[in-house]
Design a protein around this ligand. Structure first.
Ligand code: TRP
Ligand code: ZN
Length: 318
């Protein structure tokens, strides 16, 4: 979906305003107001491109015993798929290894060259599924949206003021092991350089809600502003604060935020009235089960949340 945000002030408008400031006002005319600098407009993320990544995650699961779980071949194949896309797009990628439950796990970190490395904006998603299924909503959806947003940064050759870093976490389903090992491995100085972490875990639930994490006020406002522009109401995420990879960041004092479309909680009739879908049924009745396939995704929720992430990455990094 296209979003109406103020476009960047044109160079000529800035020059004209600067000329007015130095030369004084035109006789008889009121001084032209100088608009506050606006962030560059974020690109529209193609939901078809996001879904193409989900189809690849499904194929990977199908070829690897039906899942993409920690310590299984489907997880490593998922890492290899995402890494290859990022390498081809000009990211500097790093694979971090850790051990959980006696098996090797991997985080993938992708840095976009440039920007102020004393101000790092991060966005991430867990890439592992549970063993019972392919994990397409949980959390192929967040993984694909973060990937497509990173690829949009490359396509735009975006030059933000801040440094951008994208992450795909391993072993979230074992208790956020990968993200915790990443945060624990940072020096205090490097921790303090992270100005924000945006988490996407389950953003295409088939009976969706639109939930925004109630954490850092600036991040929360950015996501809410995006949804206000769409005319879609949001609620505060209450299904399990601290149940995803933002928790280790938050515990380390890093500002966090995120989006969520619901797991096994039941949609109320008030929620169905404002969001559509089915009251009295779970947001995702295939949560952690074998039916979490490419059929288990609502395209509208996936599209809106992917666009909201790109909007926030652009807004918060400029
Ligand atoms: N991956 C999370 C989990 O399995 C999904 C989840 C459930 C979640 N409730 C949440 C993610 C609330 C964010 C917020 O626990
Ligand atoms: Zn899960």
């Amino acid at each position: 979906m296209q979003l109406s945000v103020p476009r960047r002030v044109t160079a000529t408008a800035v020059l004209a305003a600067a000329a007015l400031l130095t030369t004084g006002t035109v006789a008889g005319a009121a001084p032209a107001p100088v608009p506050a600098p606006a962030a560059a407009a974020a690109p529209d993320i193609s939901v078809a491109d996001v879904k193409a990544h989900l189809a690849q995650f499904q194929s990977i699961a199908n070829a690897n015993g039906g899942n993409r779980a920690h310590g299984r071949t489907g997880y490593k194949a998922s890492i290899d798929y995402v890494k290859a896309k990022l390498d081809a797009a000009g990211f500097t990628t790093t694979v971090q290894q850790f051990t959980a439950s006696g098996r090797t796990g991997y985080n993938l970190i992708a840095d976009w060259p440039g920007g102020d490395t004393n101000q790092v904006l991060m966005a991430g998603a867990h890439l592992d599924s549970v063993t019972s299924g392919a994990g397409i909503n949980d959390n192929g959806s967040g993984s694909a949206a973060v990937l497509e947003t990173a690829l949009a940064v490359s396509r735009a050759q975006y030059k933000p003021a801040k440094h951008l870093r994208f992450a795909w976490w391993g072993a979230e389903e074992l208790g956020m092991v990968g993200s915790r090992s990443y945060v624990n491995g940072l020096s205090a100085a490097n921790r303090s350089r992270i100005s924000g972490y945006l988490n996407l875990d389950m953003i295409g639930s088939p009976n969706p809600g639109y939930f925004v994490y109630d954490d850092d006020p600036a991040i929360e406002k950015t996501f809410k502003d995006y949804y206000a522009g769409l005319g879609v109401s949001t609620e505060i995420e209450t299904e399990g604060d601290g149940r995803s990879d933002h928790a280790p960041f938050k515990n380390a004092g890093i500002p966090v935020g995120g989006l969520f479309s619901g797991a096994d909680y039941i949609k109320t009739s008030a929620q169905a009235a404002k969001w559509g879908g089915t009251a009295g049924r779970a947001f995702d009745r295939c949560y952690h089960s074998s039916c979490d396939t490419t059929a288990n995704v609502d395209d509208t929720a996936l599209n809106r949340n992917s666009d909201a992430l790109a909007y926030a990455v652009w807004q918060l990094s400029s």
